[in-house]
Design a protein around this ligand. Structure first.
Ligand code: SAH
Length: 461
C-alpha cells in the first residue's frame, strides 16, 4: 500500500503531501499545547519536565506564578537556571556519556531570557462589575487569571492586548461568556514577526459593529500592526481558533525572515516561539550535520520543514517526513515560496516511512533490478545524514532500528524531551551508533524545558 503512495513523489522539487485524512497529530506548537484550554479540568498547558529541586525563596519575580504555573524557574537568576538545566542533562545522560566518553557541552543560553515569546495569547472573560479579564486559564481549571505583563511574552504584544481591553467598553464589545455561549471577544492572539505584528481577534459572532473605527483606534496607537484578522469561533471547543478568518486590515498574514528564509505566518500557522534561540538551534544542527553540498539529508518529524529548508542550501537534497497533514502542507508551501527546489516532503508516520525505506533497501539488495521494474527508483533509500526532531514523547525503537538498517552514517537528534532522549540514545548505542557530542540549548528560559542537540555516528562495521 505504502509503496503506491510514495511512488508518486517526484525526484526533484517540493512535493505536495498526499491528500490524506487528518491524522489527529498535534501541530508542532512549540511542542506544547499552549493554545488549548485544559480539557476535563486537567491542565495540559505549559507542562514542565521537572521541577527545580533547589528552589530559593521566590522573590515575587512574577505575581501570577502560583496560579499560572508556566514558569517553573522564574525568580532564579538566569545563570543558575542554565546551570540547573546543564546538570539535569548531565545527570540524565550519564550512562550515555560514560559509555561514549563524551562530556556534555556547555548549554547555549539566551541573550534575552525574558519577553521572548513571539506568539502571545490572551483569553477574555467578564467578571463582577463589568470588569473585563484577560489572561490565561488558571492551572487545573477553566477560570481566567487576569494577567498583565507576563515576563515571557513580547512586550508590545502585551501592550496591544491591554489596549484592546481598554478600548472594549467604548466600542461596546463584550467579552465572551463561555458558559452561556454569548458575548463577542473570546481570545486575542498576537504574533510578532520581522515584517510586523498580526492581531487576531477571536470572536463568538461574525457581526462586528464599529470594526473600522476599532481597527483605526488600535492602529493609531500601534503603528507596528501590519494586519488585523477577525477569526470566528462560535463553537464549544477547547481550540482557540475557529475556521473562518475575516481580514479587517492588511494582508491577513505577517512574514518572518530571521531564519534566512521567509516564512508566511497566518493566524494558525506554526512558527517557533523563540526566534532568537531558534536561529542558534538551527545553526548548531547545521554545524553538526557538517554538510558540504553533496549530502542527501532525511529530516524526520520535520513539522513545517524549517530545519530541512535551512539545510537544503548546504545539501544535495532533503527529504522531510511529517505525520501532521497541515504541517506537511505548510512545509510544501514554504519550500515553494522560498524556491527551495531540492526538498520533498512525505506525509506519513516517520517510523512507518523509515521501515518502508528499509524494506525497499532490503528488496533491492535481493534483487537489484526490482526497483526499476516496479518504478520505485524515485524513492530515496540512501541518506548521508538524518536530522530528527521528534515531539517530547521521542522516537520509537522501530524507527531507530530502521535507521540502523538504512546504515545512515550520521544522525543529528534534536530533542525537547530529555527523558525520551536518554531512552532513545540507549537504543541507538545498542544498534551500533556512538554519541559524539551533546549540546543543550535553552529555548525556553524561565521554564523547566530544555532542548538538546546530539550528534551520533555509525560505528564502522
Ligand atoms: N522540526 C520541526 C518541528 C518538530 S516538532 C521544526 O523545527 O519546525 C515535532 C513534529 O513531529 C511535529 O510536527 C509533529 O506533528 C511531528 N510528529 C509527531 N509524531 C510523528 C510521527 N509519528 N511521525 C512523523 N511526525 C510526527
Amino acid at each position: 500500500m505504502q509503496e503506491n503512495k510514495n511512488r508518486k513523489y517526484k525526484k526533484t522539487g517540493a512535493v505536495k503531501p498526499a491528500n490524506k485524512k487528518k491524522t489527529g497529530a498535534v501541530k508542532p506548537e512549540n511542542k506544547k499545547p499552549v493554545n488549548k484550554k485544559p480539557a476535563n479540568n486537567k491542565s495540559t498547558t505549559k507542562s514542565v519536565d521537572k521541577k527545580p529541586t533547589n528552589r530559593s525563596p521566590r522573590n515575587n519575580a512574577c505575581p501570577y506564578q502560583k496560579k499560572c504555573g508556566g514558569c517553573d524557574y522564574i525568580g532564579i537568576p538566569y545563570g543558575k537556571q542554565l546551570q540547573m538545566k546543564q546538570e539535569r542533562i548531565e545527570k540524565l545522560l550519564l550512562p550515555i556519556t560514560r559509555q561514549s566518553r563524551v562530556k556534555v557541552q556547555p548549554i547555549v543560553g539566551a541573550d534575552h531570557p525574558e519577553y521572548y515569546r513571539n506568539k502571545v495569547h490572551s483569553v477574555f472573560a467578564g467578571a463582577k462589575g463589568n470588569r473585563i479579564l484577560r489572561g490565561i486559564y488558571e492551572k487545573n481549571s477553566h477560570r481566567v487569571v487576569d494577567i498583565k505583563g507576563c515576563k515571557l511574552e513580547d512586550r508590545t504584544a502585551d501592550a496591544i492586548i491591554e489596549e484592546i481591553r481598554n478600548l472594549m467598553p467604548s466600542f461596546r464589545m463584550k467579552p465572551y461568556d463561555e458558559d452561556h455561549g454569548v458575548g463577542f471577544l473570546r481570545h486575542v492572539l498576537v504574533r510578532v514577526a520581522s515584517s510586523g505584528i498580526m492581531v487576531v481577534l477571536v470572536t463568538g459572532e461574525v457581526t462586528f459593529p464599529g470594526k473600522n473605527n476599532f481597527v483605526k483606534a488600535l492602529r493609531k496607537k500601534f503603528s507596528e500592526i501590519e494586519t488585523i484578522v477577525q477569526n470566528i469561533n462560535n463553537k464549544q471547543t477547547s481550540m482557540v481558533l475557529g475556521e473562518r478568518n475575516i481580514i479587517l486590515y492588511g494582508k491577513g498574514f505577517v512574514v518572518d525572515d530571521r531564519l534566512g528564509l521567509s516564512f508566511r505566518i497566518s493566524p494558525s500557522a506554526f512558527f517557533q516561539i523563540n526566534t532568537e534561540q531558534t536561529v542558534k538551534l538551527y545553526d548548531l544542527a547545521l554545524q553538526e550535520a557538517g554538510l558540504t553540498g553533496k549530502e542527501t539529508v532525511l529530516d524526520a518529524y520535520c513539522g513545517t520543514g524549517t530545519i530541512g529548508m535551512f539545510m537544503a542550501s548546504h545539501a544535495k537534497q532533503v527529504v522531510g517526513v511529517e505525520l501532521n497533514r497541515e504541517a506537511t502542507r505548510d512545509a510544501y508551501n514554504n519550500a515553494k515560496a522560498n524556491r527551495v527546489k531540492n526538498i520533498r516532503f512525505v506525509n506519513q508516520d516517520a517510523t512507518e516511512y523509515l521501515e518502508y525505506l528499509a524494506s525497499l533497501r532490503r528488496e533491492s539488495r535481493r534483487n537489484v533490478n526490482r526497483h526499476e521494474a516496479s518504478g520505485e527508483k524515485d524513492v530515496i533509500t540512501s541518506f548521508d545524514v538524518l536530522c530528527m526532531d521528534p515531539p517530547r514523547t521521542g522516537s520509537t525503537p522501530r524507527f531507530i532500528k530502521a535507521v540502523a538498517a538504512l546504515q545512515i552514517p550520521k544522525v543529528v537528534y534534536i530533542s525537547c524531551g530529555p527523558d525520551t532522549l536518554a531512552r532513545d540514545l540507549m537504543v541507538f548505542t545498542k544498534l551500533g551508533y556512538k554519541v559524539d557530542r551533546i549540546t543543550p540549548v535553552d529555548m525556553f528560559p524561565q521554564t523547566g524545558h530544555v532542548e538538546t542537540v546530539v550528534l551520533l555516528s555509525r560505528k564502522a562495521d
